[in-house]
Design a protein around this ligand. Sequence first.
Ligand code: NAP
Length: 163
Amino acid sequence: MNIIVAISDNGAIGKNNNLLWNITEDLRYFKKTTLGSVVIMGRRTYESIGKPLPGRRNIVISRTLKSAPGVEVYHSVEAALKELQVCKAEVFIIGGGELYREMLPYASKLYITFVHITVEDADVFFPHIDFSQWREINRESFNRGEKFEHPFEFVVFEKVHSL
Ligand SMILES: NC(=O)c1ccc[n+]([C@@H]2O[C@H](COP(=O)([O-])OP(=O)(O)OC[C@H]3O[C@@H](n4cnc5c(N)ncnc54)[C@H](OP(=O)(O)O)[C@@H]3O)[C@@H](O)[C@H]2O)c1
């Protein structure tokens, strides 16, 4: 299972149920990476996006939402994963903070966009990552984006399996 996320230098990922930045290159990277896959998100992230992501099987985890157009709703992560056992497609956890915290121990790959800014007033943060457990397998660095004027990097890590 994969996690994909964009994180600021101080670990922030969201505020007021919204993203903290608008980076065209990152949106493009997210789309290219997740197209054709299963995307799993928490109810708050689903509401923040507001619609199913096209070209992907959309799964929303919620104890309160019964159903929503174009997405499958499961009342627990376990129920969703059980349903996906027979599915051959790649699975991406796409947020938000609560779901990342629950799923980080089970992830085998992390697709992290490191956004090199500090966001003081964020209200959702990515959980602590023990980088000794992860091996970097790819990194693409940018000094700035087309419209975003700070540096950012697309980095992929895979879990190091201890014997
Ligand atoms: N920077 C990024 O890459 C990125 C990516 C995605 C999201 N975000 C940001 O993250 C923020 C949202 O994160 P969040 O932590 O507030 O919310 P979230 O993780 O998106 O959703 C939390 C909700 O998911 C449901 N849920 C979570 N775990 C569950 C479980 N084990 N069983 C059943 N339901 C479960 C619950 O819904 P119910 O209350 O309905 O039960 C819970 O209230 C937003 O600001 C968003 O923009 C950032």
